[in-house]
Write a protein that binds this ligand. Structure first.
Ligand code: C2E
Ligand code: CA
Ligand code: CA
Ligand code: CA
Length: 275
């Protein structure tokens, strides 16, 4: 739009209206997208560092919009979260991921790879996640050990008592709980005392600079040592180079994922890694 200097104020409010309008339209488009087959899951392989054994996969949601093509998860997940649609989509993701993981086990005897599912703050706050997980595991037949739940620190903050008892229920059932994007919040370390988790995923912003920035290497090394002293598994994400893999293995990090090891891929392609 052409704007005169004087109309600057009007321009900005117009631009803002457009942003709001875009979000509203995206929300409308997202409604029912699962049923129309526009949403699918990609799987990114997770490896054990020590021997590079394939141990699991993170399920990552994809949206193929009929007109706009692929929409970035960082954009539409946020819209789903704000609008509450995530409370419908989240359970659909969980069901589909567990069904896929169970199918891998049926098709490849002896296969015990886990599937890791992202759960948003809103899903954790509203609804009974433990009951949902229980139901999904029993209907798909997936053993609890085959499911990992990833939560962000923001999901956990502010409601530690309720979240702790919810996580305790999940962990008692045998589901592993991981704290995602670990290290980006300010209170990461102190949270581990109050919120019981099985693992932390070191945010990829640390891993990105681990070969260049001594501070990031020091922090990563400290996180690994601290987590291990608490009996917590450490996962590194965003491993894009062999050198990063090597240094993380040297420092005793347990698991890793990233473009150097494998991009997120279709379920079909992931099956190809299994057998
Ligand atoms: P996240 O949970 O931190 O997921 C990891 C993101 O890093 C993914 O982006 C993945 O494609 C990307 N990635 C993996 N390896 C590398 C690497 O080596 N380098 C770089 N630069 N990036 C790498 P994606 O798929 O775009 O997902 C973005 C975010 O959307 C996720 O971040 C997660 O917060 C959210 N998300 C995705 N699927 C779901 C879902 O089913 N439910 C919920 N609640 N959130 C989801
Ligand atoms: Ca994640
Ligand atoms: Ca992450
Ligand atoms: Ca840095």
């Amino acid at each position: 739009a052409k704007v005169a200097g004087k109309n600057c104020h009007r321009f900005y409010s117009r631009a803002m209206d457009q942003a709001v309008e875009r979000r509203v339209r995206m929300e409308q488009d997202l409604r029912g997208a699962w049923e129309r087959g526009e949403l699918s899951l990609a799987y990114q392989p997770v490896y054990r560092l020590q021997d590079r054994r394939l141990v699991g996969a993170e399920a990552l949601l994809r949206w193929q919009h009929p007109e706009h093509g692929a929409v970035a998860p960082s954009v539409f997940i946020d819209v789903a979260e704000q609008s509450g649609l995530i409370e419908t989509i989240g359970p659909q993701v969980l069901r589909a991921a567990c069904a896929d993981a169970m199918q891998w086990r049926r098709d490849f005897p002896g296969c015990d790879v886990f599937v890791s599912v992202n759960v948003s703050p809103r899903q954790l706050r509203n609804g009974d996640l433990a009951a949902l997980v229980d139901h999904v595991l029993s209907t798909t037949g997936l053993p609890a050990a085959g499911l990992h739940i990833e939560l962000t620190e923001t999901a956990v903050i502010g409601d530690e008592v309720r979240v702790s008892s919810l996580l305790a229920r999940l962990r008692d059932a045998g589901v592993k709980v991981w704290l995602d994007d670990f290290g980006t919040g300010f209170s990461g370390l102190s949270h581990l005392r109050r919120v019981p988790v099985d693992g932390v995923k070191i945010d990829r912003s640390f891993i990105a600079d681990v070969l260049r920035d001594p501070d990031d290497l020091a922090l990563t090394t400290a996180i690994i040592a601290m987590a291990h002293s608490l009996g917590i598994t450490v996962v590194a994400e965003g491993v894009e180079k062999e050198g990063q893999y090597d240094v993380l293995r040297e420092r005793g990090c347990d698991l890793a994922q990233g473009y150097w090891l494998g991009h997120p891929m279709t379920g079909q392609d992931f099956r190809g890694l299994l057998g």
